[in-house]
Design a protein around this ligand. Structure first.
Ligand code: DC
Length: 213
């Protein structure tokens, strides 16, 4: 079973998805971190993300796995490396949207996301989880917040990347753009606390018989 949490950058997805998963006893999967891991590896190899043929050649020889540690933490391994803080580097922030627009990248990561969710109960956050990766799940949430609030949240986390630019590329790309699924529950998090958003989601799930074990 997959609970999809989609939305733009700094809409609160990661904190909400992580907290929600812990609360209802599901595993947490961060799909954005997969796109970041591929971007980080391409940059490490000196590949220009704008050259999609070079990216495709690098993907063909890239080993990319994800799974859960003994403690249940989601991990990503790319060519035997386990990048973590590196995934938030500004070079990754500035290139990840270009890399994510390449269809071969989306196919590779989409197949890994299906494999990691198989036979599990997961809360998966991203941009296209409810629209493209698991469109059949009835549990779709789209978190949003005003640009001003999102900018403030990013700054408070110590980042000053251009979320507007990323959102523009993510929303206008040809393949699986950021979009609201017609059957998604849309939650504006601008004036809600983290716990408030989690409460709103758990309330909806409780009506569907999903809750703490
Ligand atoms: O959630 P995040 O900010 O860490 O995601 C980084 C980028 O990855 C985002 O700008 C676009 C891409 N992404 C995507 O294309 N599809 C997803 N399901 C998740 C992220």
């Amino acid at each position: 079973m997959v609970i999809a949490i989609d939305g733009p950058a700094a809409s609160g997805k990661s904190s909400v998805a992580r907290r929600l998963a812990r609360k209802i006893g599901f595993d947490y999967v961060n799909s954005g971190a997969m796109y970041r891991a591929v971007t980080w590896e391409l940059l490490r190899e000196g590949i220009d993300p704008a050259r999609s043929e070079s990216v495709e050649a690098a993907l063909a020889r890239m080993s990319l796995d994800c799974g859960f540690s003994g403690e249940g933490e989601f991990f990503i391994r790319v060519n035997s490396e386990l990048p973590e803080v590196e995934l938030r580097e500004s070079s990754v922030n500035s290139q990840v949207s270009e890399v994510s627009a390449i269809p071969a990248v989306r196919r590779l990561i989409g197949s890994r996301l299906h494999a990691v969710a198989a036979g599990r109960r997961v809360v998966m956050e991203g941009r296209d989880i409810g629209t493209a990766v698991f469109p059949e799940t009835p549990h779709k949430f789209y978190l949003d917040a005003t640009p001003e609030v999102r900018r403030r949240r990013r700054a408070a986390e110590g980042h000053n990347d251009s979320i507007e630019k990323r959102d523009r590329i993510d929303s206008t790309r040809r393949h699986a753009p950021l979009a609201v699924a017609p059957d998604a529950n849309v939650i504006d998090t601008s004036h809600l606390t983290l716990e408030g958003v989690v409460e709103a989601i758990t309330g909806i799930l409780r009506h569907r018989g999903i809750g703490p074990a």
